[in-house]
Design a protein around this ligand. Structure first.
Ligand code: PMP
Length: 403
């Protein structure tokens, strides 16, 4: 990536190959977890020697840490484009955020989801709510019309903003307009959008994303959204901080949804890390971030299109707009064997499997239960990495054809 863009840690890491040599690691698994930004590491280096308990500590360091934690909340709010009165709740990750939201959405709410969704969005609702499951839409327009027909006043659409399998961008603004026109709400899984594109939280009702995909370490995510349902629901994590009064027979939960749903000592360093990542991305500016990613993605997709027997997978066709994620299958190669060979012989780290989106992967796989390979890029990806992956795939397919 461009030198003007935020740098990631670990770009000099070398990995051993099967022949005993070593090469710089070419990481193509950003969509699973992105490496830490140097700016995030620096923020953590500053915080680690100084932090203390948040919220109720009277000591100077507690007060400073509380201020930093609450500032992090505001930075994340701004990054997401959230409204002033939206609750910004720190969670463990997107899965935790969606489960928290599911625990707060009134039980008589009809939830509408597409079959293609990541399991974090599909499975969190099935045991509690009446769920309308929509088939894979054949186009973004069909997604909007199918959602519009299924939504009714008081219902909730849960949808991803960018697919973790194909990278395709879902028409969130149109879906939000359709939901709101019908008196419904929309919750957006922005796990794969947040690292790649600006969010327009003000057009939707809830947004969730994870720090570890946004160039911060593991363990912290966020749920942002309208406070009413969140303030009315009992916490699903019960404990200190979530309650304002506990008596022999009574518990009165905190009124503020942020307090109510952050029981126990929060992951302060995780929140500071997310906030530092948000600030670094904002400082770089989305136009530069998007342009750099699109250049690399175009190079990658062009290279892959020239590998014999390789088929890129997409729900809505090759022209549909997408973030830096490409999934594919290669004739004659089982996904696991191909991913392992790329690692062992080329130092290239891709992902294989069903990407926690079994229904979508089955659909892309022509109805069979096979695995696919996914290559995803980010701020540490270089043209040399892209060329190494493409050359490796070309070598491997040529060797198979010759055998
Ligand atoms: N949604 C999407 C679209 C994802 O890609 C992921 C992570 N693969 C998740 C949700 C869940 O994120 P986490 O593992 O951080 O909870």
């Amino acid at each position: 990536m461009d030198s003007a863009l935020p740098a990631v840690a670990g770009t000099d890491v070398r990995v051993p190959l099967a022949d005993g040599s070593s090469v710089p690691y070419a990481n193509f698994d950003y969509a699973a977890s992105a490496p830490c930004l140097l700016a995030v590491k620096e923020a953590l280096d500053l915080a680690v020697p100084l932090y203390a308990s948040v919220h109720r500590g009277a000591g100077r360091l507690s007060q400073l840490t509380t201020r930093a934690y609450e500032d992090a909340r505001q930075t994340v709010r701004r990054f997401a484009g959230a409204r002033r009165d939206d609750a910004v709740i720190f969670t463990r990750n997107t899965t935790d955020s969606m489960n928290l939201l599911a625990s707060c959405v009134p039980l008589d709410t009809t939830v509408v989801v597409f079959e293609s969704e990541h399991h974090a969005n599909l499975l969190s609702w099935l045991h509690r709510h009446f769920v309308v499951r929509l088939p894979m839409p054949a186009s973004a327009e069909e997604a909007v019309s199918a959602a519009a027909s299924a939504l009714s006043p008081g219902s909730l659409l849960v949808v991803t903003a960018a697919s973790n399998v194909t990278g395709e961008l879902w028409p969130v603004e149109e879906l939000a307009a359709a939901a709101h026109a019908r008196g419904a709400r929309i919750a957006v899984d922005a796990a794969q959008l947040a690292p790649h594109r600006p969010m327009k939280m003000s057009t939707v009702d809830y947004v969730a994303f994870s720090g570890h995909k946004l160039y911060a370490p593991f363990g912290a995510g966020v749920l942002i959204g309208r406070g009413d349902w969140l303030a009315a629901a009992d916490p699903y994590l019960r404990g200190g901080g979530a309650s304002k009064l506990v008596g022999p027979d009574t518990v009165v939960w905190a009124d503020d949804p942020q307090e109510r749903h952050e029981a126990g000592s929060p992951n302060v360093l995780g929140a500071l890390a997310i906030s530092a990542a948000c600030s670094a991305l904002e400082a770089a500016g989305w136009p530069s971030l998007v342009a750099a990613e699109e250049r690399l993605l175009a190079r990658l997709r062009l290279g892959l299109s020239m590998v014999p027997g390789l088929r890129e997978l997409s729900l809505w066709g090759p022209e549909s707009p997408r973030v830096g994620i490409v999934s594919f299958v290669v004739d004659g190669w089982e996904a696991r064997a191909l991913a392992q060979t790329l690692s062992d012989h080329y130092g290239v780290g891709v992902r294989d499997g069903k990407m926690c989106a079994h229904n979508l992967v089955r659909h892309l796989h022509g109805g069979s239960d096979g695995s696919i390979v996914r290559a995803s890029i980010g701020l540490g990806t270089t043209r040399a990495h892209v060329d190494r992956l493409v050359t490796a795939l070309a070598d491997l397919t040529a060797a198979r054809a010759a055998a």
